[in-house]
Design a protein around this ligand. Sequence first.
Ligand code: TNX
Length: 628
Amino acid sequence: MRRIKSLNQKINTVLVLLALGASHPVLAQKSDPNMGIVPAPVSVSKGKGAFKFTPETIVLVDSPNHKAIKFFKEYLRKAGLATSVTDMSTVDKKRMSLTNTVYLNMTFSDEMRPEGYELNIDGDGIELRGHGAGMFYGIQTLIQLIEPGSKGYATIPCGKVRDFPRFPYRGMHLDVARHFFDVAFIKKYIDVMAMYKLNNFHWHLTDDQGWRVEIKKYPKLTEVGSKRAQTRVGRESGPTATGMFDNTPYGGFYTQEEVYEIVNYAAARYINVIPEIDLPGHTMAMIAAYPELSCDKSKTYQVGEKWGVYDDFVCPTEETFKVLFEVLNEVMDMFPSKYIHIGGDECSKVAWKRSQVCRDIIAEKKLMNEEGLQSYFVSRIAKHVQSQQRQVIGWDEILEGGLAEGAVVMSWRGTKGGIAAAQLGHDVIMTPGSGGMYFDHVQSKSPQEPLSIGGFAPLDKTYNYEPVPSVLNKAQQKHIIGVQANLWTEYIATPGKVEYMLLPRMLAMAETGWTPTQIRDYKDFANDRLPHQLALLDNLGYNYRVPVAIGAVDTTMKGSKFTVVLEPSVEGAKVHYTIDGTEPSATDLIYSAPLEFKIPEGSTVTLKTIVVTPSGKTSVSTTAKMQN
Ligand code: TNX
């Protein structure tokens, strides 16, 4: 009797409850209102059945030479679907039947929101309407819905999608200064941005540790500034810092020709490329190449080998301004972007405080102090950029000592800077480290995560970030033009690790930038749509962080009876587990049905799980201790 009572009392439902949101894969698909699409569209109505794409399917277009259509043609070619695309103007409209047709319509007259599209799929055919970027985004949605069959065949589930973005600016940043990534990889990065409807690539091209863009008038910027003698090994600071260097020369830069190639490649995918020339701090590489631009010309400077903030950087003299204006002119020639990023972050002011030249400038220009000098510096640079009909973007430090007119602020040190700038009537891009927008931050607390700068930005934190601060009034809120995530690469030396840190968090950020707040739902995103997207990314050859199994927990639970319901976090992947406390691997037991545990009194069963994808990617392990 006593036994039974204690059993009843101790039946533990924690895991079962946790697993309730994670139903069986097939059910999950059915319960997802968004047809699996990421970012979730504004409105979706799911239909019955599917359109069958066959070798006889006619792809009809009214603007055959438009770049969005060219992109789709290239997709079809690679996917082995539809050998030809028919130009609308060549068909007899009276005799035309719209069965078994995919019609990409850019010449309709309906009103549509900027970058918006409408996609209608039924058993007879597909019609996609949209102008320019809208057509391109509709194509991205359509591609996500295509389930490939045997060669020449595919199915596309029926439904109607009406869609447009929440914010005009949806950005992804990449630091190529701390570590360099080649043109092929930059294109791959742009490809995955385009899949998820991001439209601005913020290219962090210069920093203390490397100058990565060819400037013809100042060749030493790359001859000297793109190379460092060695690189820090392990962490820069903290208890695990090694204090060591790798003793290996490192370098790399993009020629102007390569820059044009990237800019055009991105433009074909409706992505604007914003170059960042980080000024006045983070310029060790520049003064290593041209010491005459520093405040102490008697010193020799080296391209940075360690991470962090340096004492030395450019001196705000007329000579420096002349060089910087010419550098920026070449940059503006290469990049058609209306936005030019001029940095402004983490200027230590140490070199300026030591410098008589700076004291003289402060006196001459009647500035308050070194902060005033930074503000003076930024506004001179901003004026120059604006004189060429461009807008400047700067990190939120550009607010200090007065914001240059017309400057756009990137709020990275939390949201304070963004709020202040919006209140002053400036446009703002939200990218706060505290909001999960720093993709160099670690994705879980597991010791199995790779070396990183620290911080903590798990997927749900990134997903749940709300970019529009409620303290702003309606008019001020309009100045929040979008969101961006930043990927700094001090601790990220390889493309595989860039992808690991980028994915899947970039998909969460893309949804924040695109999807109306009322529709955003982390569970639907992570449990019902992400597994399919990750399988797609796997097929395309991307690395990503495999989320732990849906329903798996890291905790200790008391009870005598447990039912554990799990689901792989990636479509087609398997959950492997152990119950003896050892680390699971791909040769351990495979989860196939709910696990029932009866825990004898006085004992503990340790359930450890991992997810392994068909391509061999593995999640970190989870550990659930069940104690009675
Ligand atoms: C701060 S964010 C920096 C970068 C570092 C980053 C590391 C910003 C504008 N400056 O120089 O790489 O932190 O998370």
